[in-house]
Design a protein around this ligand. Structure first.
Ligand code: FAQ
Length: 319
């Protein structure tokens, strides 16, 4: 049983503030924006939340590429709604980062200048419409697996933002799976398109969970602070266990000859991940990094006048 959390101390004594913070974390209560927090905790949250927000915004691009070429009006309406949802997620997350003192425009600049990251997965191209389905199934599926535990993250605004994000991601995952089910009931060419997309996206999806635990510099501290609730490898394993039966139902083969069920542990064992590729992608040299950032830069620069007009309008109404 953790010790009760002391009242907010009416003091600037760092030791008392730290003691209250530690007790709040130990009791599994939430840290809120006006609470004192260690500088490292604030910085780690800004890093993770900004990276997450950037991923949602950059993540609009690979699927957005298919908006003008969707195969039917129904598919186009579904895809448009999904891509808009991702924009909304980015906005909640930037708002959560702002409660920590970060400035949204500054975060965008850091993304464009390569000083902050976004998820490795969005640096791969979407070659066919099956990729839209596979992103829903694999990428939104991995996002849910990673983010449901973040609904219990120790920082209140982040945890609360995750609740709605996860509900929407669950819907996205199902729409992707439904799209793929439809294609698998179609022609041999459509089934081949699905298998090809599965082959290209499976390994990058496993990389989304981050480096292995023994090469993850942030995990131990983030878990001690309750920012992350499970390690990268734990969540990756959970994802593999969840995906294998789904692949069977769909009728596709996951591109891993070493994938086997281990009855003793109740888990699927999988082959070695190419961490060299992961490092290459997160250091800016993946297949689509340059294109993704160039488009984000153009969106910022070409639309600066909208931001300026909205800011002037808000200032006029405030005065
Ligand atoms: N990509 O010490 P760790 C989505 C970096 S949202 C790029 O293990 P940490 C929705 C990491 O930042 C997807 N970089 O780091 C959607 C660190 O570098 P840094 C995004 C990665 O933070 C669906 C270094 O490696 N989700 O998909 C990646 O403890 C469909 C060492 O790593 C989130 O952001 C990576 N995959 O754990 C949208 C969830 N992995 O920053 C559109 C929240 C690691 O020190 C369409 N984030 N790095 O320079 C997290 O849970 C964590 O930040 C991890 C990484 C698990 C991603």
């Amino acid at each position: 049983m953790p010790a009760p959390v002391p009242d907010r101390p009416a003091t600037s004594d760092e030791a008392a503030l730290q003691a209250r913070f530690d007790a709040t974390i130990a009791a599994d209560h939430r840290i809120e924006p006006r609470d004192w927090m260690p500088e490292g905790y604030r910085k780690t949250l800004i890093r993770q939340i900004a990276q997450h927000a950037h991923s949602e915004i950059i993540g609009m691009q690979p699927e957005g590429d298919w908006l003008l070429a969707a195969p039917s009006l129904r598919r186009k309406a579904i895809l448009l709604a999904k891509v808009q949802d991702e924009a909304g997620h980015g906005m909640y997350l930037y708002s959560a980062a702002e409660t920590l003192g970060a400035d949204r425009a500054d975060l965008t600049d850091k993304l464009i200048e390569g000083r902050q990251k976004y998820s490795s997965i969005f640096n791969y191209p979407t070659l066919t419409y099956a990729d839209v389905g596979v992103i829903g199934w694999f990428v939104d599926g991995a996002a849910i697996c990673n983010q449901v535990p973040l609904c219990r993250s120790s920082y209140g605004p982040y945890a609360r933002a995750m609740i709605r994000v996860c509900k929407e991601e669950s819907f996205h995952q199902r729409q992707g799976y439904e799209l793929l089910m439809t294609m698998m009931r179609g022609t041999p060419e459509q089934r081949a398109m699905v298998q090809d997309a599965v082959d290209r996206w499976w390994w990058p999806s496993l990389m989304m969970f981050g480096p292995p635990d023994d090469d993850s510099p942030n995990s131990a501290q983030s878990m001690a602070w309750g920012i992350k609730r499970h390690s990268n490898d734990e969540l990756r394993q959970r994802y593999v266990d969840m995906s294998v039966p789904q692949a069977d139902v769909l009728g596709v083969t996951l591109p891993d000859p070493d994938l086997t069920y281990d009855p003793d542990s109740g888990h699927y064992r999988f082959g070695a991940i190419d961490w060299t590729e992961f490092k290459r992608v997160i250091s800016g040299n993946g297949p689509a990094n340059a294109e993704r950032i160039a488009r984000r830069r153009a969106a910022r620069d070409d639309n600066a006048w909208v931001t300026e007009a909205a800011t002037a309008y808000a200032a006029k109404h405030a005065s």
